[in-house]
Ligand binder design. Structure first.
Ligand SMILES: [Zn+2]
Length: 490
C-alpha cells in the first residue's frame, strides 16, 4: 500500500493588506523549520505586489518551498475564465486564456525564481479552454479539476491531475466567524486556543486519511493568519453588467475603496502560528504519509516522452477498446481513449503511406473533442478505404489542433470519434485487414464519463453574474472524459 500524498497548499492572494505579507514570510519559515515543503499557489498580482513592496525577505523564504500558479489576477480580470470559456469558440477562448494567463505565469516564475509546476483556479472560476492554455504554457500539474470530484489521481487534458474537491483539510481552524461591527469598531476575534485547534486539526486530518484516499490537500490562505475577515470582502461581490461585455461581469464600478481589513491581535496571530507549527511537526513525524510537492508526485508518475508501442501492444489496445470503450493499459503506461484513437489512426495511416504494417507506433497525447460529438442514428458500414482516409484525417487534425475532431466525413460516411475508434480497433485487431467493418453508434464518449469529474463538470464563482449557467463549460468538461487515463506510479 503506497502512502497517501499530503500537499500543504496555500492560496496566496491578498494584494491589499501588507500584514498578509508578514504572515506569508512566517508561514514559509514555519514549514522550513519543520523540514517539510509547502506549496504556494501564487496569484500574479500578489507576486508583483511583493516585488513592488520590496519584500525580498518573503521571496527568499519562499525559495525553500514550491511555487504554483493561482491565476494572473484575483479581482481585476480582463474577463473571468468562466465567462469567456463559456461563450467563445474553443480556439478563441484558448487564445484568450493564453493572453491573460501566460504573462502572469512568467511574472510568477521570474519574481519567485521558480516556474510554477502546478496550477489551481480560484474557486471554480475556470474553463477547459483556460486549462488547456495553461498546459500549453508549460504547467504540468492541475490541483483543481473540472468542478466535481475526481477519483484518485489521474491525467486529464494531459495534466497530472491531483484534485482538490472533497480532499481538503483546512489549516485555518476555527478562523472565519468574525464579522466587523461598525458599532464596535475596536472589537477583534478572541485569541485562538492552540491546544483545541491542534486537536481539532488532527482529528479532521485523520478522518480524511481513514477514507483511504490517494492524497490530502491541507489548504489555507496566508492572509487569514493576519486578518480577521476575508480580504476585499466589501469590494468583491458586486459583479455588474457592462453593456460592451454582453452580459458578462465587467470591471467593478468606480467607488471601490479596497478598504483595509480588520487585523487580528498579535496574541491571536501568535496562537495560530503556535498550533500551525505544532501541526507541521506532527505531520513531519508521521511515517504513514508522504508530505511532498507536486513536482515530486509528478516525477513518480510522468512517462518518458516519445514512447513507442510495438505491433502487439497496438493490437492489445485495439482488443481492449473492443471490450470496453475506455482508457486502456499498455506496457507501463495508460492511454486515454483519445490517445488510443490517435495511435490506432497513426498505425493505419502508416499502412496507407508505406503499404505495410508498422513495427512501432509512437504515442501522442491529445485531448478530447470540444464540440458536441456527432452520433449516427444507425449502424455504419465502413469500407477499408474509408478507414484509411479517416486515419489520415484524424492524425492531421490532431497534429494541427491538438485535439480530436467532434465529427468526420469520410467519402459520404459521417461518424463521430467513438465510431471511428471502434472501427479502427476492429481493423487493427483483425489478422488480415477486413474489406468492411460494421459499427453500431456509440454514445460519443468513453465509459469513464460516468465519473463525477466529467458527468458533473461545472464552473461557478463569486465573479459570475446572477443566474450564470455553464452550459459550454459542462459540455467541454464532459467531453474531456476522452482525455482521461489513470495515473500509474513508476
Ligand atoms: Zn483562491
Amino acid at each position: 500500500m503506497t502512502k497517501p500524498y499530503v500537499f500543504i497548499g496555500f492560496d496566496t492572494e491578498d494584494p491589499i493588506n501588507p500584514e498578509a505579507d508578514d504572515v506569508l514570510l512566517r508561514l514559509a519559515q514555519t514549514y522550513s523549520k519543520a523540514g517539510i515543503p509547502a506549496c504556494f499557489f501564487m496569484v500574479g498580482e500578489k507576486a508583483r505586489l511583493l516585488r513592488s513592496r520590496g519584500r525580498k525577505d518573503v521571496l527568499s523564504a519562499l525559495r525553500d518551498h514550491e511555487i504554483e500558479y493561482h491565476g494572473n489576477y484575483w479581482f481585476e480580470y480582463p474577463e473571468p475564465a468562466l465567462v469567456y470559456g463559456n461563450r467563445d469558440p474553443w480556439d478563441q477562448a484558448v487564445q484568450k486564456g493564453r493572453a491573460i494567463e501566460t504573462p502572469g505565469l512568467q511574472d510568477v516564475a521570474e519574481i519567485t525564481g521558480q516556474f510554477p509546476v502546478a496550477t489551481c483556479q480560484h474557486q471554480n472560476n475556470h474553463s477547459p479552454a483556460t486549462t488547456h492554455a495553461m498546459q500549453q504554457s508549460g504547467v504540468k500539474v492541475w490541483n483543481g479539476g473540472l468542478g466535481a470530484k475526481l477519483d484518485g489521481i489521474g491525467w486529464v487534458m494531459n495534466l497530472f491531475t491531483v484534485g482538490r474537491h472533497s480532499r481538503t483539510v483546512s489549516s485555518q481552524g476555527s478562523w472565519g466567524s468574525f464579522q466587523f461591527d461598525p458599532d464596535q469598531p475596536n472589537r477583534r476575534p478572541p485569541k485562538m486556543d492552540p491546544k483545541a485547534e491542534l486537536a481539532n486539526f488532527q482529528q479532521r486530518f485523520d478522518a480524511q486519511l481513514e477514507t483511504g484516499t490517494t492524497h490530502i490537500n491541507i489548504l489555507g490562505h496566508p492572509t487569514c493568519w493576519a486578518m480577521a475577515e476575508w480580504w476585499g470582502w466589501y469590494d468583491w461581490s458586486a459583479a455588474f453588467r457592462h453593456a460592451s461585455l454582453d452580459g458578462a461581469p465587467g470591471p467593478y464600478p468606480q467607488g471601490r475603496q479596497w478598504d483595509r481589513g480588520v487585523t487580528r491581535t498579535r496574541a491571536d496571530i501568535d496562537a495560530h502560528f503556535e498550533w500551525t507549527a505544532a501541526a507541521a511537526r506532527w505531520l513531519a513525524r508521521r511515517k504513514d504519509i508522504n508530505v511532498t510537492t507536486f513536482a515530486d508526485a509528478l516525477a513518480e508518475h510522468a512517462d518518458p516522452p516519445g514512447a513507442w508501442l510495438t505491433d502487439s501492444q497496438i493490437r492489445s489496445v485495439a482488443r481492449q477498446i473492443l471490450k470496453r470503450l475506455d482508457h486502456t493499459r499498455v506496457g507501463k503506461t495508460t492511454l486515454s481513449a483519445a490517445d488510443a484513437l490517435y495511435v490506432l489512426a497513426q498505425h493505419v495511416r502508416f499502412m496507407l503511406a508505406e503499404h505495410r504494417r508498422p513495427e512501432h507506433t509512437q504515442i501522442r497525447r491529445t485531448i478530447g473533442p470540444v464540440e458536441e460529438v456527432y452520433t449516427p442514428s444507425k449502424e455504419i458500414r465502413f469500407k477499408r478505404q474509408n478507414l484509411l482516409v479517416a486515419s489520415r484525417h484524424l492524425v492531421e487534425y490532431a497534429n494541427a489542433s491538438g485535439r480530436l475532431p467532434h465529427t468526420l466525413r469520410l467519402h459520404g460516411i459521417d461518424c463521430g470519434p467513438g465510431e471511428l475508434l471502434v472501427a479502427l480497433a476492429q481493423m487493427v485487431a483483425a489478422e488480415k485487414l477486413p474489406d468492411f467493418v460494421t459499427v453500431q453508434p456509440t454514445v460519443g464518449v468513453p465509459l469513464c464519463v460516468s465519473m463525477d469529474c466529467f458527468s458533473k463538470a461545472t464552473a461557478g464563482s463569486s465573479h459570475a453574474t446572477p443566474g450564470y449557467t455553464p452550459t459550454q463549460i459542462h459540455l467541454q468538461g464532459r467531453l474531456q472524459s476522452w482525455s482521461y487515463r489513470p495515473a500509474v506510479k513508476k
